[in-house]
Design a protein around this ligand. Sequence first.
Ligand code: AMP
Length: 189
Amino acid sequence: MTDEVRSAQNPPDAQDPDLARDVAARLRDIPDFPEPGVLFKDFTPLLLDVPLRDRVVRDVVGRHDGAVDAVLGIEARGFILGAVIAQELEVGFIPVRKQGKLPAATHAVSYALEYGTATVEIHTDAVQPGQRVLVVDDVLATGGTAAAAVELVRRCGGDVVAVEVVLELGFLQGRSRLDGTAVHALLTT
Ligand code: AMP
């Protein structure tokens, strides 16, 4: 068992107590990607494991069934699980994309990444005022991306129900940038 698996945390009342351990076993560490010094957490092996992927989706859906009006996915990996979760919750899916990719009128927010800076955008009409939006991504690192997504929803007049990620890099303290927003990670390292 790796240190990462040993450090997997799950709430004691979790529906699927082995989920964090099993997810940890399907995340792949890629050192120095996309640049030197970054340990990239690759979740594509998890996507290939159909039963585990299904458990991940069920876990998220179980927390939010009937309580959200739309799921927002952050480009690009947030699109993958986000779209499946939206399908299961029977709600719409909203893409948040990097600058210049969305074709209609947008709101934009700039932020600092763990590596570099970025601007993300949302279509101004993607969220209706008062809608409850669930934000989904693969990794919460410094929290800048998720905080930008939360701000984009607010600019549209929507309410963020929670931010759901597969993995939280706890040492980067991304939660501190999401004060007032519920954050749930399937796994925290
Ligand atoms: P941050 O804004 O720092 O929380 O970065 C989160 C975004 O960058 C997410 O969309 C992740 O997909 C990606 N990301 C940042 N750091 C990593 C990492 N070490 N491994 C994998 N993805 C990462």
